[in-house]
Design a protein around this ligand. Structure first.
Ligand code: ADP
Ligand code: ADP
Length: 225
């Protein structure tokens, strides 16, 4: 498990403050959900952790190594952080296997890694299919397989289930959670859906207005006023 620490991170877009000093210790919790209403800064925090945005102040450490800060730039391949976006993650002109193998080196693609991660997400045998032949839920499974393929230490998910219908979501959440943890990755999920955060995560960080206001086990967060 990767130890992720966010220290006093601030980030503004022009005059709009998105993060006002976020502190968060993901620690040894396997699966952390960041829960908060639209506009509270969840995506910005995720993008800072991923290295897509640079904080204005503060720093982010993974296993004690600074991966994001005001003067730090760690190249993508050395961060070992993968992102699963909301939807539309797949390249439509590539097969499922090619999508999953996209981030791998030629050497890695020759191994059974693609089949391995497809199996992990419940899509063994789907490698020759095309994204448009799959349901929305299956496409998200492929996106998770692609994220896992290069063995990231940290996987970040941005509302990955929001485009799917409710019945499908429950099953997908359970399967995706199992796949991510089986792969040994530390997971951070961003969502505005309380039910999703409480049912999927081991630890929930509640965000309001650019700060983390509460961190706890789902049952603690649920009991809070
Ligand atoms: P959430 O993911 O919780 O909905 P965001 O991180 O997307 O929140 O946004 C936090 C705040 O930052 C909002 O006020 C939003 O309008 C603003 N914001 C986010 N991204 C940008 C951007 N690229 N340019 C300008 N403002 C942005
Ligand atoms: P959101 O509001 O959901 O963050 P964006 O349009 O800002 O949407 O980003 C969409 C996706 O583009 C991100 O989730 C990320 O996967 C990808 N992305 C953005 N910037 C970069 C970057 N610098 N390097 C790699 N991928 C990026």
């Amino acid at each position: 498990m990767t130890d992720l620490v966010v220290r006093a991170v601030t980030k503004s877009y022009g005059a709009t403050p998105a993060l006002r000093g976020v502190d968060l210790d993901v620690g040894s919790a396997g699966f952390t959900a960041i829960l908060g209403p639209s506009g509270c800064g969840k995506t910005t925090l995720l993008r800072c952790i991923a290295g897509f945005e640079r904080p204005d102040a503060g720093e982010i450490l993974a296993d004690g190594q600074v991966v994001a800060g005001t003067s730090v730039h760690v190249p993508a391949h050395r961060r070992r952080i993968a992102v699963v976006p909301q939807e539309g993650a797949l390249f439509p002109h590539l097969s499922v296997a090619a999508n999953v193998g996209y981030g791998l080196t030629r050497e890695q693609r020759r191994t059974a890694r693609v089949d391995e991660v497809l199996e992990l997400v419940g899509l063994a045998g789907y490698g020759r299919r095309w994204p448009h032949e799959l349901s929305g839920g299956q496409q998200q499974r492929v996106a998770v397989a692609r994220a896992l393929a290069p063995r990231p230490r940290l996987v970040l998910l941005d509302e990955p289930f929001s485009a799917l219908d409710a019945a499908l979501r429950v099953e997908l959440r359970r399967d995706i959670r199992a796949a991510l943890l089986a792969a040994g990755a530390t997971v951070v999920l961003v969502t505005h859906d309380q039910d999703e955060a409480l049912s999927t995560a081991d630890q929930v960080a509640v965000m309001r207005d650019g700060v983390v206001v509460q961190v706890g086990a789902p049952v603690e967060v649920y009991r809070a006023p």
